[in-house]
Design a protein around this ligand. Structure first.
Ligand SMILES: [Zn+2]
Length: 175
């Protein structure tokens, strides 16, 4: 008898990754919409969970993990943006790690422009951080000076570098 998981495994290159037991849960009771909470403490740098999912067309539910690669997973839609994030997406290991120390019940958030170049569905941020960027539309729309204050993914570094490389002295007005 064939393994009932085999077909799914072929469709999902990350199905061998399993979230650590009881690491997170989706909270549907927040007035701000669904969100992901940790169920135990994590130290900065700890693996919170691997991002299990499949490659998909970019949408508000996907996370960009490469120049042209977007991941849609069972939890990716629930990880909210913050300008003072608690977590970071590690696109090379396709996982989310703690960016700050977390207590049980803390929300898992990341800085969307750290992975998203041009978002399908931009929004006004209500995170309340003193350095809130306001309108969240992707790294493409942020000044490099601001972007450089955040840990951004390699593909965002590359795309931002391409923008810098295409900017010539000829396009600046003479002093
Ligand atoms: Zn904000």
């Amino acid at each position: 008898m064939p393994d009932p998981d085999s077909r799914q495994n072929q469709q999902n290159p990350y199905s061998h990754l399993r979230p650590p037991e009881n690491s997170c849960k989706v909270d549907n009771d927040s007035p701000y919409g669904a969100r992901l909470l940790v169920q135990r403490a994590f130290k900065r740098g700890d693996l919170i969970l691997p991002l299990v999912g499949r490659h998909a067309a970019p949408s508000y539910k996907t996370i960009q993990i490469g120049l042209n690669t977007h991941l849609e997973g069972s939890l990716t839609a629930f990880i909210n943006h913050s300008c003072r994030p608690s977590a970071i997406i590690m696109t090379q290991e396709i996982a989310i790690r703690a960016w700050t120390d977390l207590e049980a019940g803390d929300e898992v958030t990341f800085f969307y422009p750290s992975t998203e170049w041009a978002m399908v569905r931009p929004f006004n941020c209500l995170c309340g951080a003193p350095d809130c960027i306001g309108y969240v539309a992707g790294a493409k729309y942020l000044p490099l000076s601001l972007l450089s204050r955040h840990p951004v993914s390699p593909h965002i570094r590359q795309l931002a570098g391409d923008v810098l490389a295409s900017f010539s002295y000829a396009s600046t007005p003479p002093r």
